[in-house]
Write a protein that binds this ligand. Structure first.
Ligand code: ZN
Length: 214
């Protein structure tokens, strides 16, 4: 079955009137030239938004005759087979990254720590899958913009970034492994001033240009 996530910031509003959030036109996920039609009726999905009470929400489906397959429309706040809101899973990850123990997080919402640990694992694995796409963009961004963070506030993030840069430097056999600012420069096509960030005016010497920018 194909699945389309739709934007829906208001869970309660969806509960009352899901039709309001349905897309006007649904395209087949496999081939946008296909013309799916809407299924009559809907199915129920059981949610526990506050970790205690169950609420039934309605899910709608389209059907693609060319693919002979259904396309179900999922509001952004739920995932298949997960009775909690995505927000609950995300909150657990944020707390985990901030150093709260899984047992403490689980205690607060009255869940088994194993369940919470599963949520965290799933999101972390997804993040790893996305890393190859995100890191090149991040490196580019880093070379031409100032991140809205400071190294004292986001010490861990900075450390991670530098270790990724270091690994990249090893990978491309960058001749100055510890000069990571220089590496940022190379990745940013030399738009940053080399070796020390934006300090005064600086031009590359011809040797540097030859080594790093060829
Ligand atoms: Zn199709």
């Amino acid at each position: 079955m194909m699945r389309i996530s739709i934007l829906c910031s208001d869970f309660n509003r969806y509960l009352e009137c899901p039709e309001e959030f349905l897309p006007k036109e649904v395209r087949c996920v496999r081939d946008p030239s296909h013309k799916p039609h809407k299924h009559t009726g809907w199915s129920r999905f059981s949610l526990t938004p506050d970790h205690v009470t169950q609420k039934l929400i309605r899910l709608f489906r389209w059907f693609c005759p060319e693919c002979k397959e259904s396309i179900s429309i999922w509001p952004e706040f739920i995932l298949p087979y997960q009775p909690e809101l995505v927000e609950t899973h995300e909150q657990a990850v944020v707390e985990h990254l901030n150093g709260t123990s899984i047992t403490d997080t689980a205690d607060v919402i009255g869940y088994n720590p194993r369940t919470v640990s599963r949520w965290i694992k799933r999101i972390m694995n997804q993040a790893l899958l996305m890393a190859p796409r995100i890191i090149p963009q991040l490196l580019q961004f880093l070379a031409c913009e100032l991140l809205p963070l400071s190294s004292t506030i986001a010490f861990k993030a900075t450390q991670e970034l530098l270790s990724w840069l270091y690994r990249y430097a090893q990978f491309i056999e960058f001749p100055r492994l510890y000069r990571l600012m220089g590496l940022c420069n190379v990745l940013g096509q030399g738009r940053l001033i080399i070796w020390g960030g934006a300090i005064g005016r600086c031009r590359y010497s011809r040797e540097i240009t030859e080594i790093f920018l060829c």
